[in-house]
Every structure is written in structure tokens, then in C-alpha cells.
Design a protein around this ligand. Structure first.
Ligand code: MG
Length: 376
């Protein structure tokens, strides 16, 4: 167990947690945020992350990131930064591992399609769905629905939220109405997510051949560290030089984040987590690193996510989601029995919960079962 007395005064502490929705006895062996982390790792939605897309659909190659490996990378980055800043490692780990639990199959294309389908029924947003997974959908405990996580983990999972929705969420919605900040651990998990996906998308993008080294060398952040890797290892294979580049970019972004955040914290001088909530966001890049990271993000958006081969898979994913949604909305008897019961109360939400829980390959299989006449 991390010794909480040694943490910075503005770190989150399990001892001061706002607690769980359903009161539970403390554990003799583990802190409250450790328990949250363990509950996430053991839940069904976490195991499904292995077969959910980040950018590439799961069957496109065994070496590409999935949402599971992405979540593990986020947790690793967040923990090592938390240690440097003397923040609560257990909490950042719990938040990082839970942050993508609500993602639909087929990445952002899937979420957009489901949101479109749900337009008249309250919409669909993966971030909100992650909270719904841990608060409501997981069925593991006799006494309550969901995982009954602490407030601090739940507020970290809910990264953003519209005001009209925030009003319906109780305690975790409040900060979107009074415009305060979440814990530094939540702010950190959010930025670790960005560092992770920008860098692994560069790596996966190159590996897939959809983007090229020549294109990436136009991006200053990449160019600087690629040149460095070439100078140091002129005889190394291209793959090794790419790895050396990516690890340098990650390292530079992490160091910048630590340095700038330390300066922000020193300037705001928060004495407690309450002060953190009323300060501006304190975990941040320097302006230079922010701009460079943004340039890389834009490059990935224009060259990788918009690539016609990615678009083709996205279009297929959207079509599958739409057709599944329409089928189940037309005839709830096509749903598995446990969802039929839920559909009686709110058909659209039950269908959205069912579809969003699917892995990429499960969604494709379910689509075949509903639309293909011959046995497949
Ligand atoms: Mg993520």
C-alpha cells in the first residue's frame, strides 16, 4: 500500500475520500483506490478491451494497440508521472485502467454511429458510458449494481460532460456546473491518455504503412528525435530507429509535463485537494510542448485517421452499428433475454448498452447472425 502520509499535501488520499455510493467496510489489506483498481481489472468490460479497436480493427494485425494495451500504457505513464509529482499512484492507475471501459466497438466511428442512432433518446457518449459501466452496468456484487468505486475514481473517469447531463449525475456532475477542477490525479490521467495515443498511433501508423517516415519528418517533434536516433544509431534498422524516436518523444513530453506542472503547482501553492479543485488546471505542458503535441495530433488526424483504408473500415463499422441498432429497435425479441428485460424499461438505452459492450469481432458476428441467411 502506498504510504499516504508521504504524498504531497494536494494529492488525493483514500483516507479523505468522498467515499462510495454504497457504504462498505474498509479492506484490511488494501487502500480504497487499490480496491478500485482491482475491481476494474476483474470486471467484464475490462476484459473486452482486448478486442476493441483503438484505430485499427482488432483482426487487422496482432501487433497493433487495442484498447486494453492502450489502457495499460496510459496507466504506466500516469503512474510514473504521479510518482515524480508525489501524487496518488493507486488513484491514477484506477482512473487510467477504467477510462475507456465505455468505448463502443470500431473506435470513434462506432461511437459516432451509436450517438447518431441515439439522437432522439438522449445520445451516446463513450466517456459517460465508461461511468455508466462502473456505476450501473457491471453485475458482480450481490448488494449493488456496478463496481461501487470511490468518488475520486469516478470523477476521473468522467473527463467531460455537458451541463444538461451533469445535472442528472449527482456528485460527479457538480464540477461541470460550478466549473471547478477534478483532482490532479484525474488531470494527469487525462494527459497521460493523450501522450499514449499520439505516440502509439505514430508507431502503429508506420507499422501499417498508412503513414510514412518522410511524412512524419515534416513534424518538428518527430524530426528532432528521429535525427537524434539516426545520429546515435546510424547502422540500426529502421524499426529500431523508430522505436528510439518514439521513446524519446514520450520521454520529452513526460519531462515537459512534470516540469511545467511542478511550476504551476508551485505558483498556485495548493495546500489541499480542495485548493486544487478551485485552482485553474495545474497539470499541463509548456506552451511549446503543447503546440508541438498539437501539431502531431493534427498530422495523425489528417494523415492516419482520414486515410482511405481507415475510412473504409470505419464506414463498415458505422454500418454494422446502425444496422444492429435498427434491428433491435424494430424487434426487441431479437435481443438476448437479459437485454429484453432491460428493454422493457427503456428499449433504446438497453440496445445502446448491449451494442456498446460488444467487441469488434462480436459485433461483426452478431451482424452476420442477423443479416446473413447461410450459416457462417
Ligand atoms: Mg484513451
Amino acid at each position: 500500500m502506498q504510504i499516504e502520509d508521504a504524498l504531497a499535501p494536494y494529492a488525493a488520499r483514500a483516507a479523505n475520500s468522498r467515499g462510495r455510493l454504497h457504504a462498505e467496510e474498509p479492506s484490511a489489506a488494501r487502500g480504497e483506490f487499490q480496491r478500485d483498481r482491482d475491481r476494474v481489472i476483474h470486471c467484464t468490460a475490462f476484459r473486452r478491451l482486448e478486442y476493441k479497436t483503438q484505430v485499427f480493427v482488432n483482426h487487422e494485425g496482432d501487433l497493433f494497440r487495442t484498447r486494453l494495451t492502450h489502457s495499460i500504457e496510459v496507466a504506466q505513464l500516469a503512474r510514473s508521472i504521479a510518482r515524480r509529482l508525489n501524487l496518488n499512484e493507486d488513484l491514477v492507475e484506477a482512473i487510467s485502467l477504467a477510462h475507456d471501459l465505455g468505448h463502443t466497438p470500431f473506435g470513434h466511428a462506432g461511437q459516432d454511429a451509436l450517438n447518431e442512432c441515439m439522437r432522439e433518446f438522449g445520445g451516446f457518449e463513450h466517456n459517460l458510458q465508461s461511468l455508466r459501466v462502473v456505476d450501473v452496468l457491471e453485475e458482480r456484487y450481490g448488494a449493488f449494481d456496478g463496481l461501487n468505486l470511490t468518488f475520486e475514481t469516478r470523477e476521473g473517469v468522467l473527463k467531460h460532460c455537458a451541463e444538461n447531463v451533469a445535472r442528472t449525475l449527482g456528485d460527479v456532475g457538480e464540477r461541470f456546473l460550478d466549473h471547478t477542477q477534478p483532482s490532479l490525479e484525474a488531470q494527469l490521467a487525462n494527459l497521460a491518455d493523450e501522450i499514449a495515443y499520439n505516440n502509439h498511433d505514430v508507431d502503429d501508423g508506420l507499422r501499417s504503412g498508412l503513414i510514412t517516415l518522410d511524412q512524419l519528418k515534416e513534424i518538428p517533434l518527430f524530426r528532432r528525435y528521429f535525427d537524434q536516433a539516426e545520429r546515435l544509431y546510424p547502422a540500426a534498422s529502421e524499426r529500431r530507429r523508430i522505436n528510439e524516436t518514439v521513446r524519446r518523444i514520450i520521454n520529452a513530453l513526460v519531462l515537459d509535463l512534470v516540469t511545467q506542472s511542478e511550476a504551476n503547482i508551485a505558483a498556485a501553492a495548493p495546500g489541499s485537494i480542495d485548493d486544487v479543485r478551485h485552482a485553474p488546471p495545474l497539470i499541463a505542458y509548456s506552451e511549446t510542448a503543447h503546440q508541438e503535441s498539437l501539431a502531431l495530433k493534427r498530422f495523425l488526424r489528417d494523415q492516419l485517421y482520414q486515410h482511405y483504408l481507415v475510412q473504409r473500415m470505419s464506414a463498415k463499422g458505422r454500418r454494422i452499428i446502425r444496422e444492429l441498432f435498427e434491428s433491435f429497435m424494430d424487434d426487441a425479441r431479437l435481443l438476448p433475454p437479459q437485454y429484453q428485460a432491460k428493454a422493457e424499461a427503456d428499449r433504446a438505452r438497453a440496445v445502446a448498452d448491449y451494442i456498446s459492450g460488444m467487441t469488434d469481432r462480436y459485433a461483426m458476428r452478431e451482424h452476420r447472425r442477423l443479416f446473413t441467411v447461410e450459416e457462417t
